[in-house]
Design a protein around this ligand. Structure first.
Ligand SMILES: *Cc1c(COP(=O)(O)O)cnc(C)c1O
Length: 401
């Protein structure tokens, strides 16, 4: 989006505020779909946890996307947005058998990631088809926070436990209709991803009635200059070829599934915040903005570097700033960052604010969660209002003291 459009939104609706560009979401969706144009049966399941506003879900519904969900509440949001249950995949980890049964009863595809639940679920409901989440123990990316396929990860059933899975399937007579992996949040190296896929194909051979293979996600998008981006087209070329060959070998048509969150919505999002104070200390110039990690926690939680632009004065002389929040703790968004000269009252725009930004926000410091805008067909649509004082008190019960 243009800075001018963003500035106008901040003026009209106030800041802090999240803005999402529907066209960018669509182009990312189509880009991934086109990368796999050789595959007839394919589905993209948008990972709801990245950005779960119902209007965003409805946008994905319009694309004919499916959903990837990790809680029964996300499933319910998907159903509320109009998705049919068979377009929803449920991939929880560490949740109760009871929740899994409730989701299964809704007709949603269950994906199980541990032997204990697999055995209990299979014994009780042998007729309900189940997908299994395999951990291929492949490290994609270098950061153990976001690489979930490695040996110490809590996610998935270890590839080394395949014999145990076979025994459970045989003993319960359950139907495994899909096989899944989600190795982490960064496919930096396509070869590493293809290697993990080979392990998945190898495992898939042992199950006779598969309908689909789900390759999870891990697509990387650029955050700052020089960042490597997953070469989706190259991945599409290589994996499609391998997938088609596997289908032949397997002797049955299969659906190829991916379930990206970040790839689809990260770059479509902007977070706009107003500068409250410019504070010069002996060593640093701080720009204190009217928000904090209650609204955007990724820089503090993951060290992610969101690009920041001064959209009020984009052409000003560039200076170095530390951009900090208003929370009474250290909440540094950026240190020593070159930004066009900042004046109090200016609006700063954070890029890559679509994925894991609003959805991770909180009311810490008793602040309101911000509003959200969907920029659709050249129009700013308010899709969430800023919270009010009533929201802070909601669910609290005042007792007489
Ligand atoms: C979070 C998650 C995703 C999406 O990951 P991104 O890095 O946002 O693409 C996909 N699958 C599962 C099971 C997840 O938990």
């Amino acid at each position: 989006m243009e800075s001018q459009q963003l500035l106008q939104i901040a003026n009209e609706f106030g800041a802090p505020i999240y803005v999402y560009d529907a066209q960018k979401i669509e182009s990312q969706y189509l880009r991934l779909l086109n990368a796999f144009s050789k595959i007839e049966r394919k589905q993209i399941n948008y990972a709801v946890k990245a950005l779960s506003n119902v209007s965003i879900l409805k946008l994905f519904k319009k694309f004919d996307s499916g959903l990837d969900t990790v809680s029964i509440q996300e499933v319910q949001l998907g159903l509320y947005a109009g998705f049919s249950p068979n377009k929803i995949m449920y991939t929880p980890n560490g949740v109760s058998l009871q929740e899994i049964e409730e989701v299964a009863a809704l007709g949603v595809q269950i994906n199980i990631d541990n032997l204990s639940i697999l055995e209990q679920f299979g014994s009780k409901h042998p007729k309900i088809p189940v997908c299994i989440r395999i951990n291929p123990h492949v490290m994609a990316g270098g950061n153990t926070n976001i690489s979930v396929g490695h040996i110490d990860s809590k996610f998935g059933i270890s590839i080394h436990q395949l014999p145990h899975i076979f025994r459970i399937v045989e003993n319960t007579g359950m139907h495994i209709n899909g096989i899944h992996m989600h190795t982490g949040s960064d496919i930096l190296d396509i070869e590493v991803f293809l290697y993990a896929s080979e392990i998945l194909f190898e495992s898939a051979k042992h199950f006779k009635d598969l309908d689909f293979i789900d390759f999870g996600s891990g697509f990387k998008v650029p955050y700052k200059k020089g960042d490597i981006e997953t070469d989706v087209e190259e991945l599409g070329k290589k994996l499609s070829k391998r997938f088609l060959a596997f289908e032949k070998e397997y002797g049955r048509d299969l659906t190829l599934i991916f379930e990206p969150g970040k790839f689809l919505v990260s770059e479509a999002g902007y977070f706009l915040a107003k500068v409250n104070v410019v504070k010069q200390t002996t060593s640093t110039v701080f720009a204190s903005i009217d928000t904090g990690f209650n609204h955007l926690i990724r820089p503090m939680l993951y060290g992610s570097e969101h690009q920041i632009e001064n959209i009020s004065h984009p052409k000003g002389k560039e200076r170095f700033y530390s951009v900090v929040g208003y929370i009474c703790e250290t909440d540094t968004f950026a240190t020593n960052r070159k930004i066009s000269e900042i004046k109090e009252g200016d609006i700063l725009a954070f890029r890559n604010a679509g994925a894991y930004c609003f959805s991770m926000s909180s009311n810490y410091n008793s602040r309101y969660k911000p509003a959200e805008i969907l920029w659709l067909d050249g129009k700013a649509n308010l899709i969430r209002t800023q919270e009010t004082f009533d929201d802070l008190l909601r669910n609290q019960i005042e007792i007489t003291i």
